[in-house]
Design a protein around this ligand. Structure first.
Ligand code: PHE
Length: 454
């Protein structure tokens, strides 16, 4: 029998607030500011946004509660947590596969996340040295093409990003970072609002809003549906053990429901603000909304290139984007690192070194997919696209189904009731319905539909 009084050997958050900041730091990242706008652009706008919001509310929040709950009860790396809870509930040991798949997904995601994180470092330098001043849409595209076209530059920034990530992970998620996040996340929020303010002056703000919020399903397909759902998982860091491991450091007695809602709200707000900042600039400069991964790197420089004190604000923006990416990247590899510590008896530093090295190596594939390997395609996708599809659209949703079934059907109601300790019975019943029926069924339907489509 597991007593939920025990603490994780890896540590514990000092308070509920620290957990909210850390989990929000993990959730808010490139997914919100880089990925959400470009996916919205590719999938035609508002319909994608609507499905995304629905997925966050109906699947994301109950799933996040389930993951925090499982993590806090197990208090170990996701693999061992799943093993211990499976044992506690007389379920098959194969449930630990969820932990393995999540741990692997984290490393796969980090391998490409780090390349994009490297782009933010490169763009800090560009901004600080004035490359953006007076830049138009065409100039920004050319600058970006030149930047990603160089394998050496790509590998260089990717390497630096991996080093700073593993440095923090190696030291343990300590108070320095927690404190930094407490100040920097609000700063990012303020800067995003400033950018939205700039977008209002472009004359295309309403067009941007209409693109995001006037329902239009004409460009929406089964794949768009899968992508919107995958993005909800990705953006909230669900289905892969990050929230589970962060949950394992949560003090007993913290309200899981209100904390999860707070994290999901903050995360969605940042994504929507990013969209509201970026699309007016896209339309004002006749850029292509469906440009893909290059979108923010082609629009934001134009905005700052025309703003008073744009050099300062531009630099600041990319610094904060780097911070947002950084606080997410450390969470992506935390399951793998704690697994090496628990299962292979490594020290934290050794674990960080080996998992970091493996991830870096894999990241070279993404770094080259924008230059040397642009034409190397599997199933019509570049190495980067393939990794992204495999993780966000398959591994995270499948992991999510497993977690939902486990939390809803295999853990006893007594346990989940006591762990969640919600204010109202109605709240608990709603969670039960969402986690037992809606989440597994909806995610399965979208997956099956989409697999039938391509
Ligand atoms: N949620 C992060 C983002 O939006 C990415 C992430 C995914 C982090 C999964 C941890 C786990 O950028």
């Amino acid at each position: 029998m597991i007593s939920n009084d025990q603490q994780s050997i890896h540590g514990q958050w000092s308070s509920r607030w620290t957990f909210i900041m850390a989990a929000t730091g993990a959730a808010v990242g490139l997914g919100n500011i880089w990925k959400f706008p470009y996916l919205t652009g590719i999938h035609g706008g508002s319909a994608f946004v609507l499905v995304y919001i629905l997925c966050v509310a109906a699947l994301g929040i109950p799933m996040m509660m389930a993951e925090v709950m499982i993590g806090r009860r197990g208090r170990q790396t996701p693999i061992n947590t799943m093993r211990a809870l499976a044992q506690e509930n007389n379920a098959s040991q194969s449930w630990q596969l969820i932990g393995w798949s999540g741990t692997l997904a984290g490393m796969l995601i980090l391998s490409y996340y780090s390349v994009i994180g490297g782009w933010t470092i490169g763009y800090i330098i560009h901004s600080a040295t004035g490359s953006f001043s007076g830049l138009n849409g065409e100039g920004a595209s050319a600058l970006f093409q030149e930047f990603v076209g160089s394998p050496l530059i790509q590998v260089g920034w990717h390497t630096l990003f991996m080093i700073i990530t593993m440095y923090i992970v190696g030291r343990g998620v300590q108070s320095g970072l927690e404190k930094a996040v407490t100040y920097l996340m609000p700063a990012l929020f303020v800067l995003l609002l400033t950018l939205v303010g700039y977008a209002m002056t472009t004359g295309y703000f309403m067009k941007g809003l209409a693109f995001l919020f006037t329902p239009d399903f004409s460009h929406f397909s089964g794949t768009s549906m899968l992508t919107a759902m995958g993005q909800a998982f990705f953006s909230l860091s669900l289905g892969m053990g990050t929230i589970m491991i962060y949950g394992s450091y949560v003090p007993k007695g913290t309200s899981i429901a209100s904390t999860s809602v707070a994290i999901a709200l903050a995360d969605s707000m940042v994504a929507l603000l990013a969209g509201m900042a970026i699309f007016p600039i896209v339309f004002a400069n006749t850029l292509e909304p469906g440009a893909g991964p290059s979108l923010i790197f082609e629009t934001i420089p134009v905005a700052f290139g025309h703003m008073a004190a744009g050099m300062l604000f531009g630099t600041l923006f990319f610094v904060l984007l780097l911070v947002a990416a950084w606080t997410s990247s450390i969470s992506l590899i935390e399951p793998a690192v704690t697994m090496m510590i628990e299962n292979f008896n490594m020290t934290r530093k050794q674990a960080a070194l080996w998992t970091g090295l493996a991830t870096w190596l894999l990241g070279l594939g993404t770094a080259f997919s924008f230059n040397l390997w642009t034409n190397v395609k599997v199933f019509g996708m570049t190495f980067f696209d393939l990794l992204d599809f495999l993780t966000s659209n398959l591994m995270l949703p499948i992991g999510g189904i497993g977690i939902a079934i486990f939390a809803g059907w295999l853990m006893t109601k007594d346990t989940s009731h006591a762990e969640l300790n919600m204010n109202t019975e109605a709240g608990y019943s709603l969670w039960q319905i969402l986690i037992r029926f809606i989440a597994p069924i909806a995610v399965s339907i979208v997956l099956i539909h989409a697999i039938g489509v391509f």
